[in-house]
Design a protein around this ligand. Structure first.
Ligand SMILES: [Zn+2]
Length: 373
């Protein structure tokens, strides 16, 4: 991975390239940044830059044999360590390296949960254990294969247990010549302090929304407006923005239906309400439940938009337009009872109520409460 393939983070890139250009690479560095802002790809691009046989002042060449090996994750002097699910057959990162490769081939921006899901169980915490530490010490003690640096990128050192950390202290403090440890972390507080004190901090900031939006337009083919919305909703978190995009279908179903429903309740148009009830009754039960949760969220945001700082409300442009007009009809006098009506609807949906009766009944209740000011 070249630096120019990484979204934003220009200041970090120039700091990293300068350490190499001025021969001031500190042997243990902690890349600290929020989830999916680019810390891991920056670590990999940094390694590639160091290994590259033909680099410029600002980037690796991307085509020399070293760069190709890093791209293929097969450089013999580049090692990865990461949390795994400890099982009989999987003790160290080597045992699941193919999964790691699969993950990085899919994307360099991913969350711990996504990684656990690639490993096969996103509900189970992973660990960097003692056998992994032993493996690292062994790898790092070997001579470098290509005569240059040996680099270990450890993703999520906060998942390392204390015994494993203790085994690494000495080698991190007094590493063999031309060794570089890059720890890539999201949470400084959870890293064992003796490890922390032996590293130099490289802070990776949250991505700017415009930077993420540019990426979403150029690489994911979104329209500018839409890209800005996702970047804003995801607060600069790349993998979150992508997953929000993927949930777009349900989101637009919810929004369309919410707007339709509230218009009907406001105008008390019983004939069209019955048509709408028929259509939503045809959707699956999970879709209906998801819709009710969405409607609850919209009610809540109406109140926030109504009474508090509008920055607290995170909405797409079309939601915003509708809510601007709609929010005055939700107020402190009816919010409690309206929330109750939707909570009841959810409760009954879960218990297999007839959706036609349920949505009609709920609509009539909203008719009654919506105009009370
Ligand atoms: Zn190169």
């Amino acid at each position: 991975m070249k630096f120019n393939q990484i979204i934003g983070q220009e200041l970090v890139k120039s700091h990293l390239t300068e350490t190499v250009n001025h021969n001031r690479i500190s042997h243990a560095q902690l890349f600290l940044g929020p989830e999916s802002c680019g810390s891991l790809p920056l670590a990999i691009a940094y390694a590639q830059f160091i290994f590259c046989k033909n680099r410029t002042q600002t980037d690796s060449c991307g085509v020399c044999s070293s760069c190709i090996k890093v791209e293929k994750l097969s450089h013999p002097d580049l090692h990865f360590s990461f949390p795994i699910h400890l099982l009989k057959s999987t003790r160290t990162a080597d045992d699941v390296f193919l999964k790691w490769k699969e993950q990085l081939e899919k994307t360099y921006y991913f969350s711990l949960k996504e990684w656990y899901s690639t490993l096969g169980n996103d509900n189970k915490q992973g660990t960097i254990g003692t056998e992994e530490s032993q493996r690292i010490v062994k790898k790092i003690s070997l001579k470098s294969f290509e005569g240059g640096y040996k680099i270990l990128i450890m993703w999520m050192p906060e998942q390392m247990n204390i015994q494993a950390a203790n085994k690494l202290l000495k080698i991190i403090e007094e590493p063999p010549k031309d060794t570089l440890f890059i720890l890539v972390s999201e949470n400084q507080e959870n890293i064992i302090s003796t490890i922390l004190s032996r590293t130099q901090l490289v802070k990776i900031p949250k991505l700017k929304e415009e930077e993420l939006a540019t990426y979403l337009t150029e690489k994911e083919g979104l329209q500018k407006e839409e890209a800005l919305t996702y970047a804003h909703l995801a607060e600069g978190n790349v993998s979150l923005a992508i997953s929000l995009m993927e949930n777009k279908e349900q989101a637009s179903f919810n929004l369309d239906n919410f707007i339709k429903w509230m218009r009907l309740c406001y105008t008390r148009n019983i004939g069209e309400t019955i048509d709408w009830v028929d259509s939503i009754a045809g959707a699956g039960r999970e879709t209906q439940k998801n819709f009710i949760v969405f409607a609850l969220g919209m009610f809540r945001q109406s109140i926030v938009g109504h009474y508090a700082d509008s920055d607290l409300v995170v909405l797409t442009t079309s939601q915003r337009k509708f809510l601007d007009k709609f929010s005055p009809f939700i107020n402190h006098k009816n919010i409690v009872v309206l929330t109750q009506v939707l909570n009841d609807a959810y409760f009954h949906l879960e218990r297999n109520a007839n959706p036609k009766i349920l949505f009609l009944d709920t609509s009539l209740k909203i008719y009654a409460y919506l105009k009370r000011k």
